[in-house]
Design a binder for this molecule. Structure first.
Ligand SMILES: Cc1cc2nc3c(=O)[nH]c(=O)nc-3n(C[C@H](O)[C@H](O)[C@H](O)COP(=O)(O)OP(=O)(O)OC[C@H]3O[C@@H](n4cnc5c(N)ncnc54)[C@H](O)[C@@H]3O)c2cc1C
Length: 369
């Protein structure tokens, strides 16, 4: 095996292309971005070109204290530098995985990841003029997009408005400043909630509102908007844009947080369904697999991924909660109930795809697998 980063290892003629799936990756670098944010850079043991759509994410599969845990992280690097990829992680106060990564993941360590996946990316919504709005660590997908357009000398006109708590919380501040001085199609605006004594600050202060937005991008109505940040930030941005008459078909957002109300509703629905199913006599339905021409009998209401496993059909899955999209399959016929958490787009659903990890079988069903 070649040593990492030798000339041989980086020979562009021997590279394979990265495709969505489960991969073992090796941590190359650990870079402190701010006091509570760290970037981890990875590659594989064999030469792979890490090509993905800027804005997409990977799901880490870790074993911590004997327990398997999964968390998704946006790829913060850009496919314009495809020899490695990076994630940028903020310590969540009391958070299990983010703090573990900060305290334990070191250069040379190997972990499993799933991906790359995600509809929130700049390739699927191409535009000549964009407005990137981010709050806190929600900057990561925007940074991947901005790096891509910058590195590829694209003519995309970018306005990047990033909100942080204080100046010392601004992630990638030097690189953003550098990019803004090199090309006139990159306009940077930083907004800080508060400043502390002794900190110089010449950016905006407070929270992004419509008056600030008009100063930042007078022509915001003509731009494709990408937004990512804490839930209250995104809720406020969305409301502000809706009230200003913005065409929301051109607004795209990514949420890092599970919305509590949605989680509660989802958990309740799962619990209710389980209770109803427990009380009812079991009804059997047929599940058929088009590729193997096999059919099995399963209980109506059974989870599709688990039902497939019981037939010896292993549909690869990662997060198990409908986030990462790893277990996507196409339905040929039948009724089902899917409770996903954003890992599949409306277009994919219209095309007949489902995420098997969060789908229950409601009638005889046939899937392409
Ligand atoms: C598509 C996607 C992309 C993402 N990209 C990024 C990224 O680029 N960078 C990044 O930093 N994060 C990103 N995230 C978020 C990331 O996946 C994790 O959710 C985040 O790191 C927190 O995980 P954790 O295990 O540290 O926290 P958890 O242990 O999951 O806890 C989360 C929060 O809940 C609180 N909490 C936990 N248990 C309880 C309880 N019982 N009662 C009350 N509060 C509790 C914790 O204190 C913490 O504040 C992304 C998420 C998604 C879905």
């Amino acid at each position: 095996m070649s040593e990492l980063n030798t000339t041989d290892f980086l020979d562009p003629m021997v590279f394979q292309r990265w495709i969505n799936g489960r991969h073992l990756v090796r941590c190359l670098k650990v870079i402190a971005e701010t006091h509570d944010v760290t970037t981890f850079t990875f590659n594989m043991n064999h030469p792979v070109l890490f090509l993905y759509k800027p804005g997409q994410f990977v799901t880490l599969e870790l074993e911590i204290d004997g327990e398997r845990v999964m968390r998704s992280y946006t790829i913060s690097s850009s496919p314009s530098i495809p020899y490695s990829f990076s994630i940028t992680v903020k310590r969540a106060p009391g958070g299990y995985v983010s703090n573990w990564l900060h305290d334990n993941l070191r250069s040379g360590d190997q972990i499993a990841i799933h991906g790359p996946v995600g509809r929130f990316n700049c390739m699927d919504f191409p535009s000549d003029k964009v407005l990137l709005l981010s709050g806190g660590v929600g900057i990561t997908p925007m940074m991947s997009m901005a790096r891509w357009w910058f590195d590829t000398d694209s003519s995309v006109d970018m306005v990047f408005a990033h909100s942080a708590r204080t100046p010392k919380d601004v992630i990638y501040s030097h690189e953003l400043a550098y990019m803004s001085t090199r090309i006139d199609t990159f306009k940077l605006h930083l907004i800080c909630e508060k400043t502390e004594i002794g900190q110089a600050w010449n950016g905006y202060r407070g929270h992004l509102d419509i008056h600030m937005l008009k100063l930042i991008a007078e022509d915001y109505q003509d731009r494709e908007i990408f937004c990512c940040g804490p839930v209250p930030y995104m809720t406020a941005v969305k409301k502000m844009l809706e009230e200003s008459g913005f065409d929301m078909k051109r607004y795209h957002e990514e949420s890092f947080d599970a919305t509590p109300e949605k989680d509660v509703a989802l958990a309740e629905k799962h619990a209710n369904m389980a209770e109803i199913q427990d009380q009812q006599p079991k009804e059997l339905v047929f599940l058929s697999f088009a590729d193997s021409d096999e059919t099995i009998e399963v209980d109506r209401g059974m989870n599709l991924n688990e039902a497939a496993i019981s037939a010896g059909v292993n549909i690869s899955k990662a997060c198990g909660i409908g986030i990462c999209g790893a277990c996507r399959v196409k339905v040929i016929s039948g009724e089902f109930d899917m409770l996903h958490s954003g890992g599949i787009s409306d277009e994919e659903i219209e095309d007949g795809y489902i995420l098997s990890c969060c789908t229950s079988i409601q009638s005889d069903m046939k899937i392409e697998y």
